[in-house]
Design a protein around this ligand. Structure first.
Ligand code: ASP
Length: 314
């Protein structure tokens, strides 16, 4: 069965992941060259529905759709009928009646995007649902790692900080695990998820131990909007113990790369100088790869839809 939606990393096979990354690699090269336009999504209507704030992801999906020739519409969710009491599903059904080909959805509730995908007859891409999944982020992180390290397997990767509230951590754990990497989770006990045992990752509460000899250091923001209590004593104390600085990074391999999905809180989870150090930080490249990965994912979903429609007619 070919992919009809991109709702999470969980349902993907390693060969699906590799196929998306290979096509994204091609788009990344094309985006760097002068020729940025293609007509892979010509005639397609893409609607972006973001029920949670976003800078990078929304811009990236919009640019990706436009580069592929789609007609892209950004719904202003703050001004939509959701504010008048309409449910998510009614809004989705209303939009569905206008025959879009792609819906890109971000929602604060885990599982909301999966539910929506069951109600519409177009392709749905999850742009982040609660603390559940953020599949295109994990794919763009994977592409950044693969391009920088030359492979995406048997790497030692540390994911650090607020793991408990992070959909980025969850999608990365699943993807990097499927591709057979060794994953370490580093952070205070209060910010580790309850189901930690299910992921087969090693857990560390000390940065120096956790970062020892790793190839990749992935930092995460404190997801305050999903916290309902005091998870850390203070930001100052947190930075002291878990903020990435040159001293802590010196325990990783000398060629280890530093990643962050953004938005970044300098002086809380990461020192500004490390974030800006182009010899170590690939944070800007992550943003760049985001456009290519989203182009690839939407291109593949549309091709699969067209193929399914042709087969249904035969
Ligand atoms: N931008 C990422 C997300 O939407 C990470 C973050 O917000 O910290 O999950």
């Amino acid at each position: 069965m070919q992919l009809q939606h991109l709702l999470g990393i969980e349902p993907l096979h390693p060969h699906n992941i590799t196929a998306i990354l290979d096509l994204a690699d091609h788009y990344a090269d094309q985006n760097r060259s002068g020729v940025r336009k293609s007509d892979a999504l010509a005639g397609c209507t893409q609607i972006n529905m973001f029920f949670e704030n976003s800078t990078r992801t929304q811009a990236s999906f919009e640019i990706a759709g436009k580069r592929l020739g789609a007609d892209v519409m950004n719904m202003a969710m703050q001004a939509s009928s959701i504010k008048k009491g309409e449910t998510l599903i009614d809004t989705a059904l209303t939009l569905n009646a206008m025959h879009p080909d792609l819906l890109v959805v971000r929602h604060p509730h885990s599982g909301a995007v999966d539910l929506l995908a069951q109600k519409v007859n177009c392709a749905v891409l999850n742009a982040g649902d609660g603390r559940h999944e953020h599949p295109t982020q994990a794919l763009l992180d994977a592409l950044t790692i693969r391009r920088s390290k030359g492979r995406l397997h048997r790497l030692n990767i540390a994911i650090c900080g607020d793991i408990a509230h992070s959909r980025v951590a969850r999608s990365n754990l699943i993807l990097l695990g499927k591709m057979e990497n060794r994953i370490r989770l580093v952070g205070p006990e209060t910010l580790m998820p309850a189901e930690i045992g299910a992921f087969g990752a090693e857990v560390f509460h000390d940065m120096e131990e956790g970062l020892k000899d790793v190839d990749v250091v992935m930092m995460l923001r404190l997801q305050r909007e999903r916290m309902d209590g005091g998870f850390i004593p203070s930001e100052r104390e947190y930075y002291h113990r878990y903020g990435l600085n040159a001293e802590k990074l010196s325990h990783a391999k000398p060629d280890a790369i530093v990643m962050h999905p953004g938005p970044m809180n300098r002086g809380v989870e990461i020192d500004g100088e490390i974030a800006d150090d182009l010899n170590r930080s690939v944070i800007q490249e992550q943003v760049e790869m985001g456009v290519s990965v989203r182009m690839a994912a939407m291109d593949i979903l549309m091709r699969n839809r067209r193929q399914a429609a042709t087969e249904a007619k035969l």
